[in-house]
Structure formats: structure tokens, C-alpha cells
Design a protein around this ligand. Structure first.
Ligand code: ZN
Length: 226
């Protein structure tokens, strides 16, 4: 008698040998996630299914323009599949044939235990990664707060008056970043360091402007753009 097929991520696996080989390659015998999302699961009890967490799963699909239903017998937790059929009876009897053999009785609990273990390990690693990410974000926020807190009141006032943007090109500036305090009328031309004459500017604008007044610079910029 032919053994019933297993499914490896939707690929039909014809024998236990293939499944064992796949598991040795650390692949996972399960149905793929998009398929799982579409499964409807019903518990199965009794006989070879007693004591397990076996479910009868059904999926609808359209094949050659016809509605088709596929049935699987699947472990609820690991989605390990032991039976497939186009009717419930077919899926159940395939699963019985798979489970009710010496090989099945020995290997299937092992497969499931291994899948559970791998899932658990993956989950632990994922949690650790997430915690590290959160800690890092917190640290970044903390050092940003520190940087912002140490900004002199005058620099902060100039930033706020400029609306957090470069006075000339309107690009967005970071308060704790490297923007320049810019004299609209340059000091070289007698411009004073008073509120009216001070704006925030990005470094490129400030360097390009040099000893021009704000009006000269803006006129030239507008000229460049047209
Ligand atoms: Zn600018």
C-alpha cells in the first residue's frame, strides 16, 4: 500500500523518508502561512487521534472554474499535516493510515515535538530582538532629550522663530542638529547679533550666502531657480 502524502509548505511529500530527509535539512513540515489563514479547523477525537491536538481543516479554492474543497488533518499547534483528501473521509483515512503504523507512531510525535521546539526557539529569538530594538529606541530618545536639553536658550529661541526650518530654503532642521545661526545682514557689513538679524539656516545655505545680505542672497537664489 502506498503511504499517504505529506505536504511540505504546499509541496507534496510522498513518503516518510522524504519527510525525514526534509526535517534533517531543518525544513519544516507544515502548510504555508497564507494557506493557514484560510483554514477552518474542527477538532477530531477518538481512535488514533485521541490525545493529540488533531484538527480537520478545510480550504475552499477555485480549480478549473469549479469550487473545490480540500481537507487536511493537521496538528493544531505546529500545522504538521498527516492527511489530505478532497473529502473528509479521504483525509481522515489518510491520516489514520499515517498515524496508525509503527513508523507513524514513533516519528510523528517526534516531528511535532521538534517543530514545537523550533517555533519556541524562533519566538524567543524574536522576543529578544524586539526587546533590544525597544531598548535602543529608548536610548536614542534619551540621548536626543539630553542633546536638546543642553541647547542654549538663545539658539533654541532662534530655531523656534524660524519655525524649525532654514530661513532660506525652508528645509527642515533638527533642533539638536548642526544648523547655523545666520546673520541676515552679515557682521562684515555691520549686521548686529540681535534677534531681528538672526535666523536659523542650514549649513549649505549659510555657506553659499557668505557676505551677502539676506535680500541679495534670496534674489540670487530666485534668479538661479528661474
Ligand atoms: Zn537652507
Amino acid at each position: 500500500m502506498m503511504p499517504s502524502p505529506l505536504y511540505l509548505d504546499g509541496v507534496r511529500i510522498e513518503s516518510f523518508d522524504e519527510a525525514v530527509r526534509a526535517l534533517r535539512l531543518r525544513e519544516v513540515v507544515e502548510i504555508s502561512a497564507p494557506l493557514v489563514a484560510r483554514l477552518r479547523l474542527k477538532p477530531i477525537f477518538g481512535g488514533v487521534f485521541a490525545g493529540g491536538s488533531w484538527r480537520l481543516a478545510s480550504t475552499h479554492r477555485v480549480h478549473d472554474g469549479l469550487d473545490r474543497v480540500d481537507f487536511f488533518v493537521v496538528d493544531a499547534e505546529t500545522r504538521f499535516i498527516v492527511g489530505y483528501g478532497t473529502t473528509k473521509a479521504e483525509a481522515l483515512s489518510a491520516a489514520r493510515r499515517m498515524l496508525d503504523t509503527p513508523v507513524g507512531r514513533a516519528l510523528i510525535p517526534m516531528f511535532i515535538a521538534r517543530l514545537r521546539h523550533e517555533r519556541h526557539e524562533a519566538q524567543v529569538a524574536e522576543n529578544r530582538r524586539r526587546e533590544a530594538e525597544i531598548a535602543e529606541a529608548r536610548e536614542r530618545a534619551r540621548s536626543r532629550m539630553k542633546a536638546v536639553g543642553s541647547i542654549p536658550r538663545r539658539r533654541r529661541a532662534i530655531f523656534e522663530r524660524s519655525g524649525g526650518r532654514c530661513h532660506y530654503c525652508a528645509c527642515e532642521l533638527q533642533l539638536e542638529g548642526r544648523w547655523h545661526i545666520e546673520h541676515k545682514v552679515p557682521r562684515a557689513l555691520g549686521g548686529r547679533s540681535v534677534d531681528d538679524n538672526l535666523v536659523a539656516a542650514c549649513a549649505p545655505c549659510n555657506l553659499k550666502k557668505r557676505d551677502q545680505t539676506d535680500h541679495e542672497f534670496q534674489a540670487r537664489q530666485d534668479g538661479d531657480r528661474t
